[in-house]
Design a protein around this ligand. Structure first.
Ligand SMILES: Cc1cc2nc3c(=O)[nH]c(=O)nc-3n(C[C@H](O)[C@H](O)[C@H](O)COP(=O)(O)OP(=O)(O)OC[C@H]3O[C@@H](n4cnc5c(N)ncnc54)[C@H](O)[C@@H]3O)c2cc1C
Length: 430
């Protein structure tokens, strides 16, 4: 039986390891104390609560993610309204509405005032076609048409989906998201979140699956070098010592792009990054939301700094994407500013009021949350195959056709498995 060494225990590495475990001997090397990478949960002492490093939103049109969860029996750990329902609040106009997509491909929702974006004109929808037809040079801003459909839907969708502002973001990457979601109809756009944290949904079930197949997971083990000979990887240098590879053995490198470039000189990958900031507020008691906020469990904000607000029992968590623009803000200043926005947006939608005084709060800035999803960076993404017969690449930064997302990471793990000649469900694998 061949032995596959997976370097990196983020979702790309876990996806590869989970897929390989029934087919090969697997060893996974993770530098950190636990697996999960950029999608992980931990107990925060200041808030005395388990929080995610960042809120993660999935859509029902994420086939590889749902297949991964089904394989692990973890779909039940997700929560969501089960319908394409998106509550919104415009902080500038002090206006709340609910986007309710119709389930099928014919967008009846565009014709219903109570379901669509307030103030939009039907002609603005042409922007969706422009995005889906965009070439690899075009930027999102070149496809948008001025109006509320762009301001209140497409721009927030672009900034959160690409984690890059619309002036620089790749229209091709956003067009791929539109093709897989809005263009397929509301049934493809139902929002889902991890009910009790990312680790419970994505990491712990994978650990149980790997243990069941006697795969070895070495956390706290950093791989520092790959040794090659005659076009093959023949050994790994790790913080736990050298590991010699047999003739049948293979390696999947599922580390972030700069780490991969360090391990494999000459490898080109994305080298510009965008940050995401997440503000977490510890409440005295769970909120009692009403209407569509209660149904969805989250709300999108426009016209301010906060973009998505997620309700988790006694913690309110807020996402700010493309957050390099906030790097100059002091943490306390940013937390206070967002708290003020939350009070303005949520007070009309909950029973009672949020307190005027900001509760205990924590700001987590992921400086290299994703690669900058610009046309230039997109062109730097390599495929899963490498010049080495027994080495494949995985990671959300490889050429998945998607921006940095859970779906892209999981898909990339499968592509790497296919590139090494193992069985995989990835449709694009050779
Ligand atoms: C704050 C935030 C919010 C996000 N929101 C969303 C969202 O709403 N929806 C969505 O779909 N996606 C979202 N994403 C993106 C998603 O989290 C990532 O695309 C995905 O987790 C990337 O997985 P990965 O395995 O490719 O990389 P990583 O998670 O970076 O995994 C790489 C792993 O390799 C390990 N490693 C590094 N060097 C070594 C070494 N030398 N040896 C061994 N191990 C090493 C690292 O410790 C890490 O565990 C968000 C990301 C962030 C940061």
């Amino acid at each position: 039986m061949s032995h596959v060494h997976v370097i990196g225990g983020g979702l790309a590495g876990l996806s590869a390891a989970v897929e390989l475990a029934p087919q090969a001997r697997v060893t996974l090397y993770e530098a950190g104390p636990a697996c999960g990478g950029r999608a992980r949960s931990f107990h925060d002492r200041a808030l005395d609560a388990v929080i995610d490093n960042g809120n993660h939103l999935l859509l029902s049109a994420n086939p590889y993610t749902f297949r991964y969860l089904d394989l692990l029996g973890a779909r039940e750990t997700l929560k969501g309204p089960g319908k394409p329902v998106f509550p919104w609040h415009d902080l500038e106009a002090d206006l709340t509405w609910t986007l309710r997509l119709s389930p099928g491909r014919i967008p009846f929702w565009l014709l219903r005032r109570g379901s669509r974006v307030p103030g939009m004109k039907l002609g603005e929808v042409m922007a969706l076609l422009r995005l889906m037809k965009a070439d690899d040079q075009t930027r999102v801003a070149d496809c948008l048409m001025p109006g509320q459909f762009a301001r209140r839907l497409l721009e927030p969708l672009a900034v959160s989906g690409l984690n890059t502002d619309v002036e620089r973001g790749s229209a091709r990457l956003l067009g791929n998201i539109v093709r897989q979601t809005l263009a397929k109809g509301g049934a493809a756009c139902c929002p889902w979140m991890a009910a009790n944290g990312l680790s419970e949904t994505f990491v712990e079930p994978a650990m149980r699956h790997l243990a069941g197949f006697h795969a070895q997971v070495l956390t706290g083990t950093r791989v520092s070098a790959l040794k090659e000979e005659a076009g093959r990887i023949v050994a790994l240098e790790t913080s736990g010592g050298s590991v010699a590879l047999g003739e049948e053995d293979a390696v999947i490198m599922a580390v972030p792009s700069p780490v991969a470039a360090g391990l494999l000189p000459g490898l080109e990958g994305p080298d510009e990054f965008e940050s995401i900031a997440n503000a977490h507020y510890r409440l005295q008691r769970p909120l009692k939301p009403r209407g569509s906020l209660k149904q969805a469990g989250f709300i999108g904000l426009v016209g301010g700094v906060a973009e998505w607000v997620f309700l988790h029992d006694e913690v309110l968590s807020v996402t700010v994407s493309a957050a390099n623009r906030c790097l100059d803000w002091r943490n306390e200043e940013m937390l206070e500013h967002i708290w003020d926005e939350l009070r303005r947006a949520l007070d009309p939608l909950i029973e009672g009021f949020l307190p005027e005084e900001m509760p205990a709060a924590r700001l987590i800035r992921e400086k290299r949350a994703t690669f900058a999803a610009t046309p230039e960076q997109d062109k730097k993404r390599p495929g899963a195959k490498t010049a080495y017969a027994n080495l494949a690449l995985a990671g959300d930064w490889t050429d998945t056709g998607l921006p940095s997302t859970i779906e892209g990471a999981i898909q990339s793990g499968l592509a790497a498995v296919g590139a090494l000649g193992f069985r995989t469900a990835f449709a694009g694998a050779e």
